[in-house]
Ligand binder design. Structure first.
Ligand SMILES: [Zn+2]
Length: 327
């Protein structure tokens, strides 16, 4: 039997700057601790160790202008250039090619005025909701360009929040145009939607224009590690309970098992802040346990794939990946 892809979406990473802190409406966790403003490279190293150990693959965002604090090529406010370079170099050396890299638009915070780089008052999500391809294309192209300048080769994007969902057709056309303009690629991907609690949840062909193809890759589970942001519990029991929500110790239950049983692809999702757990790293430990369980229990049924590998799979058999109906 052909193995089913399993993949892990990591949203919101950026060097040092926590975009979560920058855009969070409250600057304290639900249990009242201050949200950390900076993430040490130590957390990236720990994450890379876990990924290496279990052969985990997927998608890893790099926010190009995190929190409107400069950009990852020309430097970030209050961030040591050496630390910034170390972060980028580590992502290249240790996460490529297992993870497909893409921007999560420019700032994951306030929208940027492209004419002078200043910040608008509104966030990127609200800004995008009233735009069309004429304004979205250069915005997306700018995000792709910054990542290219820092040595990545992105052909897809992640939507900060649900960026573009109100103008989805315009957004989709803009992604194809921007990716082609910046990289020459006729294939592009994006992540905007989740497909949860529906049977047969898989990626789909979102758009085909003049031989250009846009593939939408959805998350098919929920971010179970998010809860670690708001808890000081670091016990092994807590870590195992989080893993249980996706895949139980016997491999019989959990959200990812339900996706598999219903004929879908388990495309797991988490966030950089969920892994870092406000400095405690509990989420990274939960990922370690989840990776261990998947490899121990499901290695005859599933195979880790990067987004690039999922794209190849979809392109080999496009008619098998129709657009689903959204409820
Ligand atoms: Zn995000």
């Amino acid at each position: 039997m052909k193995k089913v892809p399993v993949s892990l979406i990591i949203d919101d990473p950026a060097p040092i700057i926590s975009v979560f802190y920058e855009h969070a409406p409250s600057k304290v966790t639900e249990d009242g601790r201050p949200i950390i403003q900076r993430n040490s490279n130590e957390m990236l190293f720990k994450f890379c160790d876990v990924v290496d150990k279990h052969g985990i693959k997927g998608k890893f965002s790099v926010v190009p202008m995190p929190g409107n604090k400069g950009d990852i090529v020309r430097g970030l406010d209050g961030v040591d250039d050496g630390e910034l370079r170390e972060w980028i170099d580590t992502v290249k050396a240790r996460l490529l090619p297992s993870f497909t890299i893409g921007p999560e638009m420019l700032t994951h915070h306030k929208a940027v005025n492209l004419s002078d780089g200043s910040a608008y008052e509104m966030n990127e999500r609200d800004w995008a909701s009233t735009q069309d391809r004429n304004t979205l294309t250069p915005y997306i192209a700018k995000a792709l360009e910054i990542l290219r300048e820092s040595g990545f080769a992105p052909i897809g994007v992640t939507s900060p929040w649900d960026f573009g969902i109100e103008v989805e057709e315009e957004y989709e056309a803009s992604i194809l145009d921007a990716v082609h303009e910046v990289t020459g690629s006729n294939i592009a991907w994006f992540f905007l939607r989740g497909l949860r609690d529906v049977p047969n949840a898989k990626p789909w062909i979102a758009r085909e224009d003049d031989g250009r193809v846009l593939i939408s890759i959805p998350a098919t589970t929920r971010d179970k590690m998010w809860q670690t942001i708001n808890s000081t519990d670091t016990s092994d029991e807590y870590v195992k309970r989080i893993a249980d929500e996706l895949i139980t110790e016997d491999g019989k239950n959990g959200e990812m098992i339900r996706v598999l049983e219903s004929g879908g692809y388990p495309i797991l999702i988490t966030h950089w802040q969920s892994l870092i757990s406000n400095g405690l790293g509990t989420g990274i430990r939960a990922l370690d346990e989840i990776g261990r369980r998947i490899n121990n229990l499901l290695s005859d049924r599933v195979q880790w794939m990067s987004f690039d590998e999922i794209i190849s799979l979809v392109m080999e058999d496009k008619s098998n990946y129709p657009k689903p109906l959204f409820s």
